[in-house]
Design a protein around this ligand. Structure first.
Ligand SMILES: NC(=O)c1ccc[n+]([C@@H]2O[C@H](COP(=O)([O-])OP(=O)(O)OC[C@H]3O[C@@H](n4cnc5c(N)ncnc54)[C@H](O)[C@@H]3O)[C@@H](O)[C@H]2O)c1
Length: 295
């Protein structure tokens, strides 16, 4: 008996890297898995690997950033596996460039896969889950880059949008028994090979990308039927809960703040508690002012 027995699952971008690990773990825990990837050859290899391990999987090579592709993917899972109970939105791409040089195409190509792909696959899957009356689990994929990372306007913006969509869908879909969470994974992959922090290439130690999969399998099981609207850092040896944005310390003034009041009070109150900026969460670096070159 597996904790996902009888469930039909979809993993997008599962031909390699982190998605491959999700697909292997879901199948090993009893789910029947549609292995999606535009790279058909890689997806075929993962389907074969699951079959060799005694699991059940089928291949789908749809482009998930296209409405027809998303619809066909979800229909395939329903037709072949008797329903759609799990969707893991994992497919992703990067086209890094500093903000002032980024083209519309570089911006749009990344938003299309991450934001539109996650939106369309989730909408198609959630409609099925609602129609089935079965409930379900959607797992989105964000990244610490959404805290802000040099050269990643398109990618960071996409992951921030996915985080906000996760919170929103958790609120909207709970009434149908559909849970929506996200992970911020880590692993050594084709994508991580090009990763830069603060604009610099970093030589990170090897991290098995498949190590994110066990948590995804648990999150999609009925053992986690009370977990929704959450984001977890996964990979390596840890699972971390991501603290969500919330209003912090306030300044209050009866009647509200005028510009003169802010000139007088801001710097000594909120101005002393500015938040760290960017992925590395270094202490706030601009207390001496943000100045043009040579100033
Ligand atoms: N590797 C990391 O450390 C890391 C960190 C944070 C977040 N992530 C996220 O994890 C996810 C997986 O990343 P990865 O590192 O395994 O990358 P990867 O490049 O190794 O794998 C991504 C897969 O998605 C597929 N894909 C891309 N566009 C597609 C589309 N339109 N339709 C279907 N498939 C498509 C690719 O063919 C590829 O096989 C991504 O969402 C990424 O942003 C990765």
């Amino acid at each position: 008996m597996g904790i996902l027995d009888g469930k039909g699952a979809i993993v997008t971008g599962a031909g390699r890297g982190i998605g491959r690990g999700h697909a292997l773990h879901l199948a090993a825990n009893g789910a029947s898995v549609v292995v999606n990837d535009v790279d058909r050859g890689e997806a075929k290899g993962v389907v074969a690997e699951i079959a060799k391990n005694g699991g059940r999987a089928s291949l789908n090579a749809s482009d998930i950033s296209d409405r027809e592709g998303a619809r066909a993917l979800v229909a395939q899972c329903a037709d072949e596996f008797g329903g759609v109970h799990i969707l893991v939105n994992n497919a992703g791409n990067v086209k890094d460039r500093s903000f002032l040089k980024m083209s519309d195409d570089e911006f749009g190509d990344v938003l299309r896969v991450h934001v539109f792909g996650t939106f369309m696959c989730s909408q198609e899957a959630a409609l099925r889950m609602k129609e089935q009356g079965s409930g379900g689990s959607i797992v989105n994929t964000v990244s610490a880059a959404h805290f802000g990372n040099f050269g990643q306007t398109n990618y960071a913006g996409s992951k921030g949008a996915i985080a906000s969509m996760t919170y929103t869908w958790a609120v909207e879909l709970a009434r149908y028994g559909i849970r929506v969470n996200a992970i911020s994974p880590s692993g050594t992959t084709r994508m991580s090979a090009s990763a830069k922090i603060g604009g610099k290439v970093v030589d990170l130690p090897f991290l098995d990308p498949a190590r994110n999969g066990a948590f995804v399998a648990f999150l999609c099981s009925d053992d986690a039927d009370y977990v929704t609207g959450q984001i977890f850092g996964t990979g390596g040896e840890r699972v971390t809960i991501l603290e969500q944005p919330r209003y912090g310390t306030s300044m209050l003034k009866p009647g509200g703040w005028e510009v003169e009041d802010l000139q007088e009070h801001f710097k000594n109150h909120l101005g002393k508690q500015l938040e760290p900026v960017g992925l590395m969460k270094t202490p706030y670096p601009f207390y001496d002012g943000v100045k043009p070159p040579g100033a």
